[in-house]
Design a protein around this ligand. Sequence first.
Ligand code: SF4
Ligand code: MG
Length: 318
Amino acid sequence: MLLEVKNLSVYYYTLSGVVKGAENVSFSLEEGEWITFVGESGSGKSTVAQAVMNLVPSPGRIVSGEVLFRGRDLVKMKPEELRSIRGKEITMVFQDPMTSLDPLRKVGDQIVEAMVVHGVPEDEARERAKDLFEKVNLPADRLDYYPHQLSGGQRQRVSIAIAMAFNPKLLIADEPTTALDVIVQDAIMDLLDNMKSEGTTIYFVTHDISLAAERSDRIAVMYAGKLVELGTVEQIVESPLHPYTKALLEAVPDLWKEGEVKAIPGYPPDLRNPPRGCRFHPRCPLARAGVCDSEEPELREVEKGHLVACHFPGGWKE
Ligand code: SF4
Ligand code: MG
């Protein structure tokens, strides 16, 4: 087991109240797999990804739970220990590479520095930077460019090159292709696939379930701060059990060839005051009064490897 997340909860202490960004999220990752977390914005998918690196931005805080990376709890780890793991064993790429790149420094110097901080001699880092650029299909002369001289897709290649520097055990990629056009998006996905084939576990985050279905081994569906369904791509796409997962799939034109594309009615709830019982009940076509609006469904395994948090998985059985 590479990563085991147990009962992870993250709250944001805002002026207008406590936002329960993620609650009691548990899952584990096997070495070498590709898992994708999917959900609408505000579902908690980015929050959980940040918490896995113990990098929740203020005013957020991990209020409970464990994140066991190769058996060691990142939540309890000292900052210097965390720094030795981040950027080396666990790396991250974001939707906007400008958030992690320094606009005032050449990208080559930044990639070299990322290695030097982990003890690589500078000469060697310069050599490795060239190889890494080759791996992400960037010409070597781009090492001397500043971030603003590169396109969005090239900048994302730079952040992937930095993420690849140490052959990480785990890559967390939060919507890395969302800002890019489809062709560039595909090329970036290929780079992540290459990392996977070299042994890196891919933890991908997207709002787009069709993108999730494309390359993943497993899909985790989040709604309103809760993990509501988890399974293999086949289980999730071909036999989804949670009404929210079904709704996400029905909102995609291509996956659901027959039948019309349906938007999900209503809005995600206010996480300062989430609905009682099942958080999806105000939007759920199957909600039953007296059950769904009062009892919270637990995430449970209904077939091998397929977990769902719903009182009526797959629909009512009379
Ligand atoms: Fe819908 Fe009830 Fe299942 Fe929640 S528990 S998803 S409200 S059927
Ligand atoms: Mg996000």
